[in-house]
Write a protein that binds this ligand. Structure first.
Ligand SMILES: [Fe+2]
Length: 393
């Protein structure tokens, strides 16, 4: 068995690591970096701090602050145009998953000249791109260390998954101090996204010993510290732990891909504009309930890593604690159901066949320990609307 393990060439991890950006770019041969970010990062001052540092180091840096949430083929095209017009030779993504994925996709379009719709899965995009340094400002997506980007196809209203080494940043700066400004809701949503990355890597059909170790570390760090990080935004210990946990979860999931939680969640996000981590959280208890019997030993490992069960607990007993714990987590962290989020029940019901089609087409449900039939997918969507569990399981 050969496992293909991809990680960035360099990771700078720790409080204040962001101040090392200019030297990192110089070591990569980048002279004219384009900083890719969103208006919030400009408002809170992170973008200005970064631009000042780059200018002081003599780098001809440009700023593209037009990243949108749920990036689209059109917003990627705007970045491609800006990078070309400015003659830039490297990208620095500063922000959450949206900024990082926008930069990844633009780098791939610049390298291939192809439309993103021609590059999505099942194609695997392995090729060299201009250097991308990812600097996450949320502890969640793990996009700074993954070989995946998610971009919405505006024509088809579908979230496209772009996969391959071309989507892996050459370097990442993981500085938890950038998350002090992250508000409660964003901290929770991105943190639960990271939790699902760790869980889906652990139970994945593509799991290997490398991904398992990172997934268990991610679960332990996020499980122990997420709630504190959300309620006490300036708590450095909790912020650092969740940031590291999200990175470990990202490293794990990058080498396994996601599974049914993400497969079910992406179409909900695409059609109803639910934040990515929140739509994952909405289906986390239900998908876990659906899947546990197919991989009880792995789910038991997750329960132990989350501190729900002692090491001595038998697998079935430990795994059974997960579903109520995830329901309780959602309650404590105020995760809505699709209904309480305000989604129209009739529109949701009408879209279940299309969400099922898109979910299966994304490929990730096939990585789940229990692979659902289209009928089972549709049933899961129906149950998820009110946050229900399956009473037949
Ligand atoms: Fe995710």
């Amino acid at each position: 068995m050969i496992n293909r393990i991809l990680t960035p060439r360099e990771l700078l991890v720790g409080g204040g690591a962001r101040h090392k950006l200019a030297g990192l770019l110089q070591s990569l041969g980048v002279r004219r970096p384009l900083v890719v970010t969103d208006p919030t990062m400009v408002k809170v001052g992170h973008a200005a701090e970064m631009m000042e540092g780059l200018t002081a180091a003599g780098l001809g840096a440009g700023l593209f602050a037009e990243v949108v949430e749920d990036p689209t083929d059109l917003s990627v095209a705007a970045l491609v145009a800006a990078a070309t017009a400015g003659g830039h030779d490297g990208l620095v993504a500063l922000g959450g998953g949206s900024a990082i994925d926008t930069a990844k996709a633009a780098g791939i379009v610049l390298a291939t000249g192809e439309a993103l719709s021609a590059l999505k899965v099942p194609r695997i995009v392995d090729l060299a791109t201009m250097p991308l340094v990812a600097i996450p400002t949320t502890a969640g997506t793990g996009s700074e260390v993954t070989r995946a980007a998610v971009i919405t196809d505006t024509g088809a209203n579908e979230k496209m998954l772009i996969l391959g080494s071309a989507a892996l940043p050459v370097a990442a700066i993981v500085d938890y101090e950038l998350t002090f400004t992250c508000p409660f809701r964003v901290t929770v949503d991105t943190g639960i996204d990271a939790l699902t990355h760790a869980l889906e890597a652990l139970v994945n059909r593509n799991a290997n010993p490398h991904s398992d170790a990172l997934a268990l570390s991610g679960l332990a760090l996020i499980g122990a510290h997420l709630e504190t990080a959300a309620r006490e935004p300036q708590n450095a210990v909790a912020r650092e732990a969740v940031m590291l946990g999200a990175m470990h979860a990202g490293l794990a999931v990058s080498n396994t891909s996601t599974a049914l939680i993400h497969g079910l969640s992406r179409p909900i996000g695409a059609f109803f504009h639910v934040p990515h981590g929140m739509s994952n959280a909405m289906v986390l208890p239900l998908v876990s309930q659906f899947s546990i019997a197919a991989a009880p030993a792995k789910y038991a490992m997750a329960a132990r890593a989350l501190g729900l069960a002692p090491a001595s607990a038998p697998d079935a007993e430990a795994a059974a604690l997960l579903v109520p714990a995830f329901q309780d987590l959602n309650r404590r962290l105020e995760v809505p159901t699709p209904r309480s989020f305000g989604i129209d029940p009739d529109r949701y019901r009408a879209l279940i066949p299309e969400m099922t089609r898109q979910g299966i087409a994304s490929g990730t449900p096939a990585n789940n320990p229990r692979v659902p039939t289209p009928e089972e997918m549709a049933r899961l969507y129906t149950l998820a609307f009110d946050g229900s569990l399956d009473s037949d399981l």
